[in-house]
Design a protein around this ligand. Structure first.
Ligand SMILES: Cc1ncc(C[n+]2csc(CCOP(=O)(O)OP(=O)(O)O)c2C)c(N)n1
Ligand SMILES: [Mg+2]
Length: 552
């Protein structure tokens, strides 16, 4: 038979990924994925090999979040695939489209105790939107299309495709392969609101004295940052976002009141929730964070999200971009900016009183360095368009207070799942997505340890990110010395970084932070990842402790 008419399952996988315009994928090599990974390299996909599979999933996650397109990761059979799960679960809880592929033991040896035989699909089901195994090599392209479609449809999320060794190795006739229509992998979810629903939104807003907008990552996924800003400016309604939905409107906007958040939540009478969940991040929309009488309007692409919360006056199942566009047209001439001037003045007065006090707290000269001072130095060093990643507990809470965001998709952190260890992989995924951007990761020393070996990935793949560590000697602040397993000591991560080929800096004095950041910044500009290890106060606990605990 003419071999030129044959194609392997492994090659089909690579071809299918190219059809989905996959430019980059994150993986750790291992059987039975070698041929598939080689085929991807041969197809021109940038294949970034990592040091732990969870980091591959996290890099794919950040890549997706920054570009607004699915991220791809791959692992070998058994432990390799299982190692993906923490990253995949994080993507599920964060609603990020990650398409994960795992090799698996051959179907022909199923049940015999094959090498690395494990029910990977069963392990992946609870951490994905969809997990399946391909049984027929001819159908690989079809399954890849399905995987991408499922990841992106409605509320985005991760999916997993299991690829047995003998499916990948199988040679099939080119003519027998089923290639679905090229656009078949993408689902558009641009559903709008009915006329009646829009009318009810406007009436609720007309009756409101103190309305508020809460938004989240749904704005990123639907590309609705511009529409949200137009609606905010047209209506004059103050807005707040989730930690990772920050920057959709620059945070120095006149209708954003960083220091008045708790008052704004408590006093709002109508809350317009767009593209975000009312989970613990927003105190479930309930007292004591929100008033008992506040009326909640939800605009969400996922009906189940809306149905899952009792605080509901009006629910609209729709795409944030589409519904905001409709609202902009409908609100014109009805909800004018002056209407809520008194409410904005009220929040503005709190802001004017608190902002200088807040700024003064940042200028702390104490030794050991207070984490807020470290945040201030990082804030003043970075540009408006820097992608900022934060991972840890105390440092995450302090950075939330101290470092603003100005652009959509430029803020990543431990997220709703509170996964320690995402910091460095997120930074590398973001840098792979946007090599033109400065990427800075502010890391707790504990959380850094989880994926610190990815500094090696940063060097090998020339992903120059700037890592800043808050070295408070352990997991969280512990002024009362009561936490088990808290102390880690003051590890010289800067020396570790140097050993791996990075530029390293070690800082103990507040005045040394800036010069160290500048030297490190120059190394990064020259193409080399850098790490600035800053000794911080082990006693410092973020003030909003109850909230801080929830944020990590
Ligand atoms: C994977 C994982 N393991 C453990 C935890 C529990 N945890 C939450 S915060 C935290 C400490 C973080 O310490 P560090 O990264 O040093 O930041 P710091 O609070 O000291 O600034 C831990 C262990 C978690 N959230 N995720
Ligand atoms: Mg720490």
């Amino acid at each position: 038979m003419d071999t030129s008419t044959k194609v392997t399952g492994a090659a089909l996988l690579a071809q299918a990924l190219v059809r989905h315009e996959v430019k980059t994928a994150f993986y750790l090599m291992g059987g039975p994925m070698f041929d598939a990974e080689n085929s991807c390299i041969a197809q021109g996909i940038r294949m970034i090999d990592v040091r732990h599979e969870q980091a591959a999933a996290m890099m794919a996650h950040a890549y997706a979040r920054v570009l607004g397109t699915p991220g791809v990761c791959m692992a070998c059979s058994g432990p390799g695939a299982i190692n993906l799960t923490t990253g995949i679960a994080t993507a599920l809880v964060d609603c990020v489209p990650v398409v994960a592929f795992g090799g698996s033991s051959p179907l022909s040896q199923a049940g015999l105790g094959a090498f690395q035989e494990f029910d990977q699909v069963a392990a992946m089901r609870p951490v994905t939107k969809w997990a399946e195994r391909v049984l027929d090599a001819k159908r690989i392209p079809e399954y890849v299309d399905l995987a991408f479609a499922k990841a992106c449809a409605g509320k985005p999320g991760p999916v997993y495709l299991d690829l047995p060794a003998d499916v990948l190795d199988r040679e099939v006739d080119v003519e027998a392969v089923r290639w679905p229509a090229p656009a078949g992998g993408r689902v558009s979810t641009r559903a709008g609101a009915s006329h009646e629903a829009l009318e009810r939104v406007l009436r609720l807003l007309e009756d409101a004295q103190r309305p508020l907008i809460l938004s989240g990552s749904g704005i990123l996924w639907s590309g609705a940052a511009g529409e949200l800003r137009r609606f905010v400016e047209l209506s004059g309604i103050p807005f707040y976002t989730t930690p990772q939905g920050r920057g959709v409107i620059p945070e120095d906007h006149g209708y954003f009141y960083a220091n008045s958040r708790s008052s704004a939540y408590k006093e709002a009478d109508v809350v317009l929730v767009i593209g975000t969940r009312l989970n613990y991040m927003f105190g479930f929309g309930r007292p004591p964070r929100f008033s008992k009488t506040a009326k909640f309007i939800r605009i969400d692409v996922d009906a189940n999200e809306i149905a899952g919360n009792t605080r509901l006056e009006l629910g609209i199942v729709g795409d944030a971009h589409a519904v905001l566009e409709q609202l902009i047209v409908a609100a014109r001439g009805r909800i004018e900016t002056d209407r809520y001037a008194a409410w904005r003045a009220q929040l503005g007065a709190i802001e004017a009183e608190r902002a200088p006090k807040h700024e003064a707290r940042l200028a702390n000269d104490a030794v050991p360095i207070h984490p807020l001072r470290l945040c201030k130095e990082v804030r003043d060093f970075i540009g408006r368009d820097t992608i900022v990643v934060v991972d840890g507990q105390e440092i995450l809470s302090y950075a939330r207070q101290a470092i603003p965001s100005y652009l959509a998709g430029h803020r990543l952190n431990s997220g709703t799942f509170g996964t320690m260890g995402v910091g460095l992989p997120f930074a590398l995924g973001a840098k792979a997505a946007r090599p033109d951007k400065q990427v800075v990761v502010l890391h707790g020393d504990g959380s850094f340890g989880l994926n610190g070996m990815e500094l090696d990935t940063a060097i090998r793949h020339r992903l120059p990110v700037l890592v800043v560590i808050s070295l408070n000697g352990g997991w969280t602040g512990d002024p009362e010395r009561v936490k088990p397993g808290r102390d880690l000591g003051y590890t010289r991560f800067d020396k570790l970084a140097e050993a791996l080929g990075c530029h390293g800096e070690y800082v103990e004095q507040p005045g040394e932070i800036r010069p160290a950041l500048e030297r490190a910044g120059r190394a990064v500009a020259g193409g080399r990842a850098a790490l600035v290890n800053v000794v911080t106060d082990w006693r410092a606990r973020a003030e909003t402790v109850a909230f801080a605990r929830q944020m990590t």
